[in-house]
Ligand binder design. Structure first.
Ligand code: AMP
Length: 188
C-alpha cells in the first residue's frame, strides 16, 4: 500500500487554493485543512485564540506562529488525518514550513506533495474584490499581497530546493485548473 500523502497548496490569496483543495479532498476522501477557515471559526465563536487572531486578520497580517502552530498540530493529530490531508493556507512562512517538516519527520510515514498555484497579481485583485469576504477590501488585499511576497513566496523556494514542488497555472477556468491538477497528481 502506498504511504498516506499530505498535499500542501501554496499560492497567493485569490489563486484558487481553497477551491481546488476542496475538490481534491472530496476526490481523495481526506480532510481539507484550511488555517484561514479554522481561524474564522475561532473568531466567530469568540474563543481566546479567535479574539487574538482577529486584529491580525482584519489588517491582512499573518497571525503569529505562537498562536497558530498549536492549532495546526492539534488538527493534524485528529483521527481523520491519519490517511492523509490537504493543507490550504499553511505553511505561510518558512518557520511554519520548518515546523511542519519536523512534525512529519517525527511521524515518519507521510510523503508530501506541494502544489504552487500561479496567478498574476492583476487577476488576483479582481478575483478578491469579487469574492467579498470581510478581509477582501482594497487596503487589506494590498497588504495581504505584500505579506505574501515578503513571507510566503520564500516558502516556494524552500520546497523547490527540497525537490517536491509542482507548479500549476491558476490563470485558467476553475475546471481547467482542476483538470491540470488531477493530471499532475495522477488522481482520477
Ligand atoms: P486565508 O483564508 O488562507 O486567506 O487566510 C485568511 C487570514 O488568516 C490571513 O490573512 C491571515 O491573517 C490568517 N492566516 C491563515 N493562515 C495562516 C497561517 N498559516 N499563518 C498565519 N496567519 C494565517
Amino acid at each position: 500500500m502506498s504511504k498516506p500523502t499530505g498535499y500542501i497548496f501554496l499560492g497567493p490569496p485569490g489563486a484558487g487554493k481553497g477551491t481546488q483543495a476542496h475538490i481534491l479532498a472530496e476526490k481523495l476522501e481526506i480532510p481539507h485543512i484550511s488555517t484561514g477557515e479554522m481561524l474564522r471559526t475561532a473568531m466567530a465563536n469568540q474563543t481566546p485564540l479567535g479574539q487574538k487572531a482577529k486584529a491580525y486578520m482584519d489588517k491582512g497580517e499573518l497571525v503569529p506562529d505562537d498562536l497558530l502552530l498549536g492549532l495546526i498540530e492539534e488538527r493534524l493529530q485528529q483521527s481523520d488525518a491519519v490517511k492523509g490531508w490537504i493543507l490550504d493556507g499553511f505553511p505561510r512562512n518558512v518557520s511554519q514550513a520548518e515546523f511542519l517538516d519536523q512534525w512529519l519527520e517525527k511521524i515518519k510515514q507521510f510523503s508530501e506533495a506541494v502544489i504552487n498555484i500561479e496567478v498574476p497579481d492583476t487577476v488576483l485583485i479582481d478575483r478578491l474584490l469579487a469574492r467579498g469576504r470581510a478581509d477582501d477590501n482594497e487596503d487589506t488585499i494590498r497588504r495581504r499581497l505584500e505579506v505574501y511576497q515578503a513571507q510566503t513566496a520564500p516558502v516556494i523556494n524552500y520546497y523547490q530546493s527540497k525537490g517536491n514542488l509542482h507548479s500549476l497555472n491558476g490563470n485558467q477556468s476553475l475546471a481547467e485548473v482542476t483538470q491540470s491538477m488531477t493530471s499532475l497528481l495522477q488522481v482520477a
